[in-house]
Design a binder for this molecule. Structure first.
Ligand SMILES: [Zn+2]
Length: 295
């Protein structure tokens, strides 16, 4: 059992243990008697969903000196996993949802892709004699890190149906402790009642995130300086490239909102904090000017 995380900015170990859920950012490697398996997020279905792949997680990640790396868990030290490991997997289930996407626009407002909807596998469940464990493609949501955005490019491992319900999964059959079926379930509808509020929260976060004004610039005018370290490392702006100098992921944040913690790919770091950390870790910032006003 291995959780993998990016080695991102900080030198301290990435936190992952939140009691009844664990944060395995890049995914989970499982050793089984049928061989190694990987549970990770993918964009097969766009947007992000959770999938199981054959083979070791190391073979599915792009590894290097800077990471990613195994961060946990600590098996045998009162880990929630202790009651499940070395016992048979008795069943599995998948939870699909229909997500509304787009439209996507360029910086000048041109619609690149019209609005569409897509079915995405957002969560998987493994059933053991001692209970079930859920794997969700989801990102903790600032400022309350117990809240989440589901359909995100991180993996949360969840040990209780109550936590799943808090995250907006209201399908009683999917939350059942005992195996219901060993075939994937397709669920078109959101769950009722208590889940509605959680769904509303995560939808609100997503809408707030996509409402941020962003700096965009096309590859034609590049390369561009990174808004965090100032080095000329980015082929475009606002294209979610990861700076190879400082690891900042360029989601379009820049001087206009550098104090904001957006969540999203840079997690709990504002651009200002990332800049400070870069220098504190020995980096040398270069002058940076946004190539365009935010739109
Ligand atoms: Zn940078």
């Amino acid at each position: 059992m291995d959780y993998w995380d990016v080695h991102n900015f900080a030198s301290e170990p990435a936190p992952w243990d939140y009691g009844d859920w664990h944060h395995a950012v890049l995914g989970v490697g499982l050793d089984t008697d049928a061989g190694p398996a990987t549970i990770t997020w993918t964009d097969t279905f766009y947007s992000y969903g959770v999938e199981v792949l054959d083979g070791r997680i190391e073979d599915h990640l792009r590894t290097g000196d800077e990471g990613p790396e195994r961060v946990g868990p600590d098996i045998g030290s009162a880990s929630p996993w202790d009651r499940y490991l070395r016992t048979p997997i008795r069943g599995t289930a998948a939870h699909w949802e229909r997500l509304e996407l787009g439209p996507s626009r360029r910086a000048d407002g041109t619609v690149v892709e019209p609005a569409t909807s897509v079915n995405v596998p957002l969560a998987l469940r493994l059933d053991f004699a001692a209970g079930s464990v859920w794997f969700v493609a989801a990102m903790p949501e600032p400022p309350d890190w117990q809240r989440v955005f589901v359909g995100g490019d991180e993996i949360m491992v969840v040990f209780s149906p109550e936590r799943m319900r808090d995250m907006g999964f209201g399908d009683a059959a999917f939350l059942a402790e005992q195996p219901v079926t060993n075939r994937p379930r397709r669920s078109g509808a959101h769950g009722p009642d208590a889940a509605d509020e959680a769904i509303g929260r995560r939808t609100a976060w997503y809408q707030a995130y996509t409402r941020h004004r962003n700096v965009f610039a096309s590859p034609d005018g590049g390369p561009y300086s990174c808004p965090c370290c100032g080095h000329t490392t980015l082929g475009e702006r606002g294209g979610y490239e990861i700076c190879e100098e400082c690891d900042w992921e360029d989601d379009g944040q820049d001087d206009h909102d550098s104090a904001t913690v957006r969540g999203g790919p840079n997690g709990r770091l504002s651009l200002d904090t990332a800049r400070t950390r870069y220098v504190a870790d020995g980096g040398v910032r270069r002058p940076h000017t946004p190539p365009h006003q935010p739109t």
